[in-house]
Design a protein around this ligand. Structure first.
Ligand SMILES: CCC/C=C/C(=O)SCCNC(=O)CCNC(=O)[C@H](O)C(C)(C)COP(=O)([O-])OP(=O)([O-])OC[C@H]1O[C@@H](n2cnc3c(N)ncnc32)[C@H](O)[C@@H]1OP(=O)([O-])[O-]
Length: 305
């Protein structure tokens, strides 16, 4: 317990855990009384991340708008982390909903063009940015809900897995999963750990090897998402869910969250440098560059058909 408390304190001092006063409890709110617009303010400063914070409810909605498919480029991830840090520092924000401002896609995962034909220096910066983003989201003391409104493969799935609760639009055309092997590449251990922590060992073993993308109903069945809703109910359900979570005292919930996530966080923090080296060495290989190039061709060709 002492080490968990230390970790919670460390996260707090590194701004991952935000100390929120019990006085900010939203017991004055009920899901039915939720009304976003009057008190919401646009807290966005970036071109690819739009943030709307309702200071009455404490709910922030962070929308990805990096057309065409919200791929996680170095620029996108840098802007994400800047926007995230602002929310972490904002004491009026108690929870964050991650969603997409684009139709049909939550996020297409890592931007393949950042991995294909780029220098090792660029890929080092790219991977560091991804680690940073993940550490912030996974280690956050705020309540984080993914409102998955479209396709969410690979890095998009990781982003959803890093949240506390996942709500997906009930539509079989939207797929989610860790599909890296289908591209001829390997998801790092922390992608696998997040999946395993969520759906269990056997399901992860199958998923990561076969690179399975699950439709919404399948994702619910294996526990990869927690709830399915019609499209027009996605944000209202995410907000109502958040408000229910607000009823739990923050401090107790934050320490419990840090305790549950500690082993996964520690593994990454201890292996960060090695993980970067692994990624850069792996993506230096001609065979991997060839696979990435072929995959990009396939994506572009699919569109041409
Ligand atoms: C080793 C480390 C671990 C790796 C983790 C990862 O996340 S690896 C990533 C694993 N990710 C995947 O496997 C997902 C691959 N993507 C998809 O499956 C689909 O794009 C979709 C289902 C997300 C959306 O379908 P849709 O029919 O709505 O859209 P569309 O298909 O027509 O594409 C529109 C444009 O976007 C382009 N583009 C797309 N994705 C990426 C990308 N990641 N990056 C860059 N660009 C991408 C696509 O080429 C096209 O460009 P164009 O021709 O306009 O210049």
């Amino acid at each position: 317990m002492a080490s968990v408390l230390r970790q919670a304190a460390r996260l707090a001092s590194s701004r991952c855990l935000t100390q929120l006063s019990a006085a900010s409890s939203t017991s004055r709110l009920g899901a039915s009384s939720y009304n976003f617009s009057p008190s919401s303010r646009n807290a966005s400063t970036s071109s690819t991340i739009k943030v709307q914070l309702d200071s009455n409810t404490g709910v922030a909605i962070m929308m990805f708008q990096n057309p065409p498919v919200n791929s996680m480029s170095l620029d996108f991830m840098t802007e994400f982390v800047i926007a995230w840090d602002k929310l972490e520092l904002d004491k009026s924000c108690r929870g964050i909903i991650l969603t997409s401002a684009l139709p049909n896609v939550f996020s297409a995962g890592l931007d393949i063009m950042d991995m294909y034909g780029t220098t090792p220096e660029h890929r080092t910066a790219f991977w560091k940015a991804l680690q940073e983003l993940w550490l912030k989201v996974y280690g956050s003391g705020k309540i984080v809900v993914a409102a998955i409104n479209g396709a969410s493969p690979a890095g998009g799935c990781l982003m959803a897995l890093s949240c506390d609760y996942r709500i997906m639009i009930d539509n079989p055309k939207y797929k989610i999963g860790i599909n890296e092997t289908k591209l001829g590449i390997v998801a790092p251990f922390w992608f696998k750990d997040c999946l395993e922590n969520t759906v269990g060992y056997r399901m992860s073993e199958m998923s990561v090897q076969y690179g399975i993308l699950y439709n919404s109903a399948e994702a619910l069945k294996i526990g990869l998402v927690d709830q399915l809703v019609p499209e027009d109910k996605l944000i209202s359900t995410a907000t109502e869910t958040m408000i229910k979570w607000f009823a739990i005292p923050d401090y107790a919930r934050q320490i419990s969250k840090a305790m549950v996530r500690k082993a996964t966080m520690d593994k990454m923090l201890a292996g960060r440098e090695a993980d970067i080296t692994n990624f850069v060495t792996f993506t230096n290989k001609d065979s991997i560059q060839k696979s990435l190039g072929m995959y990009m061709e396939m994506l572009k060709g699919r569109k041409a058909k």
